[in-house]
Design a binder for this molecule. Structure first.
Ligand SMILES: [Zn+2]
Length: 430
């Protein structure tokens, strides 16, 4: 059945360029998105598409803004309970709050309930695609894939590998992490909308043997992802040097094991040096900017445009539990504040590109999602600016650019009227 969604339509055109600055937006004040069997059939001006839409069932969203679903490229499904935990920097915060929270995910029923809550928080905030770290446990990773499957969400995920420098109950041998990953790949990778990422947490909790095995698994298929953390915090970097004294720098640890590639997602990267950034760019490795988390843990300020000048593809991550909101709008607000402190304010267009088509490109998923090109999977959000009186007041009679900037500065889940996955509206009760 052909379905139509009418409203203000906004997305970015795919121009086959990795240069974010030339991304072109498309906007129709009275637009129509046509969807059939979960895929985009057409998107454009309502009047121009009227004849094509003659037999469609039309949902009229009036003046609401319809845009592609948001991409959260770095988030933890097992840390929701640790969100808003007081007073620590990265390494102490992990010890005090995160590791205890992750330990509970050994239990399948606990893992299922809390993962479901996590995924629904993403959807409530308009996030339709996410790259997710779970815990070391089979139950946590299985819950992530099974619940995402039920919701029909596009998820990249994997079991987190840790074999040292973490509580005993959270350490698993590299061999058993490898085996678990293999089983999960067999069962879930490329099944429906699921993708597998080899997920060593970071160099501190991975022994050389563990990184070696992770690299071996990553190289075993061309279509896997690899996600990890890097250069988030200065003490973390010092500790990595202590554990890997023979490597030139933090990036070199991952590089040496063969973990850098166009399918590698490095969370944070705040303190990467010029030399490291050059190597990130040369290897086509992606960086995921997590500004909310970076501010909350006092980790530092990443230069968005510094990355761009190096030609590095950037995506955005909420990084909950260190991030303080599941909302990618709030994440953009923090990205703006960080960029302002760096003296190069982030534009609204670059910001929204990063959480839609740019995010999809960084995750190598732009053939499937990210904008309203014909044939793409119809994941989208409906934004009602009138839901909040201040946002309504601020965005009336403004330019599109001003409207988007006010939306990312003032908006959050309150303005998300509906979230659609492959043309179907998500509700809590499915
Ligand atoms: Zn993280």
């Amino acid at each position: 059945m052909l379905k139509g969604f009418r409203g203000q339509l906004f997305d970015f055109a795919d121009n086959d360029s990795t240069d974010n600055t030339v991304a072109k937006h498309r906007y129709y004040a009275d637009g129509l998105l046509l969807v059939e069997a979960g895929k985009v059939v057409a998107a454009g001006d309502y009047g121009a598409l009227a004849s094509q839409a003659a037999n469609a069932e039309i949902m009229d969203y009036g003046t609401c803004l319809i845009m592609p679903g948001f991409v959260d490229a770095h988030v933890h499904s097992v840390q929701t309970k640790a969100i808003a935990s007081y007073g620590k920097e990265l390494l102490d915060w992990l010890e005090s709050y995160v590791f205890p929270a992750e330990t509970l995910f050994e239990q399948p029923e606990y893992a299922r309930i809390h993962t479901r809550f996590f995924l629904e928080q993403l959807l409530k905030n308009g996030t339709t695609t996410a790259a997710v770290f779970s815990s070391v446990h089979a139950a946590a990773a299985e819950a992530l894939f099974e619940e995402a499957l039920k919701l029909n969400m596009c998820i990249i995920g994997g079991n987190t590998w840790m074999d040292r420098n973490a509580p005993e109950e959270l350490c698993q041998s590299a061999e058993s992490s490898y085996e678990l990953s293999e089983q999960l790949i067999e069962k879930y990778h490329n099944y429906q909308r699921l993708h597998f990422a080899v997920t060593p947490r970071y160099a501190i909790t991975s022994s050389p043997d563990s990184l070696q095995l992770a690299a071996q698994l990553f190289a075993s298929r061309h279509d896997l992802y690899l996600q990890t953390h890097i250069s988030e915090n200065l003490k973390e970097i010092e500790t990595v040097h202590h554990h890997y004294p023979n490597h030139h720098n933090y990036l070199d640890v991952y590089d040496n094991f063969g973990l850098l590639s166009s399918r590698t997602l490095l969370g944070h990267g705040i303190h990467l040096t010029e030399k490291e950034l050059k190597r990130v760019a040369d290897s086509k490795t992606k960086v995921v900017h997590c500004p909310s988390s970076n501010l909350f843990l006092g980790s530092g300020l990443l230069g968005f445009y510094r990355m761009q000048r190096h030609g590095i593809e950037l995506a955005m991550g909420s990084d909950v539990g260190a991030g303080t909101s599941f909302s990618m709008l709030q994440t953009l607000q923090d990205a703006y504040k960080v960029s302002a402190l760096k003296g190069e304010p982030l534009s609204a267009m670059d910001a929204f590109y990063a959480i839609t088509l740019g995010g999809a490109k960084a995750l190598q998923l732009d053939a499937l999602i990210g904008n309203f090109d014909k044939g793409k999977e119809a994941d989208f959000v409906v934004i009602d600016l009138s839901k909040d009186e201040l946002i309504d007041y601020r965005t009336r009679d403004t330019s599109l650019e001003e409207l988007l900037f006010a939306l990312m500065t003032l908006g959050d889940d309150r303005v998300i009227k509906a979230t659609y996955l492959m043309g179907e509206r998500w509700t809590y009760y499915d």
